[in-house]
Design a protein around this ligand. Structure first.
Ligand SMILES: [Zn+2]
Ligand SMILES: [Zn+2]
Length: 358
């Protein structure tokens, strides 16, 4: 494959300032593959780190953003025989450092050397360059082969699916027959509905404010939609679970009242999984947690190789992420892609950028 010396990439130049620049094409390290990026999805994390830098973020003018992408293997690092040129792949962001206690135990998304490049930490699109570019170099443990049946747009969302699966793993994994309430029909909430159904949960409720997004949740398998402008989710869930409450509440709204609503919906000894993070400190009545013996969990990122499990679910058609893909743009229109995402123009849910299409 002919790889150009330079490439087009979306570079963060300052707060909320992204420009397409001509950058050096990365060369893969010994354990890397070079990926020709076919699809890179806009994520709320991109929006957040564009507004205000996250820990370990590379300096303005050199940082290529984007962490949810898929493409084709275009070059191999000198030790790599796990992949071959032309393989279709999806990525996850975090490699970690592979030398701290958390990484050694498998918890690489919580690397203790986060942002420390000298110690080998890498998280593409966060602390190292990412995928809003024609090419990206990834450590092979962050790369997953995908079959021809999975299109690149859908494959770019494997990291989202991996994150939700990591959340379900963290709460114990076994949800067969359990009543699950998902609060907040954003991308992770909608995927949580699909994962709950794929793992054979009992009834799955989806709570939100926008009917159009709730309807997408229905196509992912939600049994009961609750629009809080018309119904009280606490009352509905209590009534429709025979007074018990939810076995699991997935809080993915990030709204300030989200944790309190989750505490009121969860059953005694129920579990709450926090996937959405509020911008501001929130208050919630934690005495409910003690009195009802409720457990609260949170995850960051797509840990524990759950992206590979996500690919498996997609390949077996137990879940489809296609309903989330609402818009796509070429790289030259990356700013428009972000606007479409943040302002939810045309009912946008996931907006995909195609770096190698014009
Ligand atoms: Zn993301
Ligand atoms: Zn580490």
């Amino acid at each position: 494959m002919d790889i150009p010396k330079t490439m087009k990439a979306a570079v963060l130049m300052g707060p909320n300032q992204v420009e397409i620049k001509e950058m050096e094409t990365p060369s893969p390290g010994p354990q890397d593959v070079l990926i020709r990026v076919e699809a890179c999805a806009v994520c709320g994390s991109d929006v957040s780190l564009m507004k205000k830098p996250w820990d370990g973020q590379p300096p303005y003018g050199s940082f290529i953003i984007g962490h949810e992408y898929a493409g084709t293997v275009a070059a191999l690092g000198e030790t790599v025989d796990e992949f071959k040129l032309g393989d279709r792949v999806a990525v996850e962001a975090s490699f970690g450092c592979a030398r701290c206690r958390n990484c050694r135990l498998g918890n690489y998304t919580a690397c203790l050397n986060y942002g420390n490049l000298k110690r080998g930490h890498r998280a593409n699109g966060f602390t190292t360059n990412g995928g809003f570019a024609q090419y990206a170099a990834n450590q092979i443990n962050t790369v997953h082969k995908i079959p021809d049946s999975i299109e690149f747009d859908e494959a770019s969302l494997v990291a989202n699916l991996g994150c939700v699966l990591y959340g379900f793993q963290t709460i114990g994994g076994y949800v067969v027959g359990d009543d699950v309430v998902v609060v907040g029909p954003g991308p992770l909430g909608i995927i949580s509905v699909g994962v709950a159904k794929a793992l054979c949960a009992g009834r799955v409720f989806l709570v939100g404010t926008r009917d159009s997004r709730l309807e997408v949740g229905k196509t992912m398998g939600a049994d009961r939609l609750i629009n809080i402008n018309r119904e009280d989710p606490v009352e509905v869930v209590r009534e429709e679970t025979g007074g018990k409450g939810a076995d699991l509440v997935v809080e993915s709204s990030g709204a300030s009242q989200g944790p309190q609503t989750a505490l009121e919906i969860a059953k005694r000894m129920g579990k709450i999984l926090l996937l959405g993070f509020p911008d501001e400190p929130v208050s919630a009545n934690f005495s409910i947690m003690g009195q009802r013996n409720i457990h609260i969990y949170s995850v960051r990122g797509e840990g524990w190789a759950n992206c590979a499990r996500g690919v498996s679910l997609l390949e077996q058609e137990k879940i489809s992420l296609k309903p989330l893909v609402t818009h796509s743009f070429p790289l030259a229109q990356v700013v428009e892609a972000f606007e479409t995402f943040t302002q939810r123009i045309g009912g946008a849910i996931k907006v995909i950028v195609h770096p190698n299409q014009s």
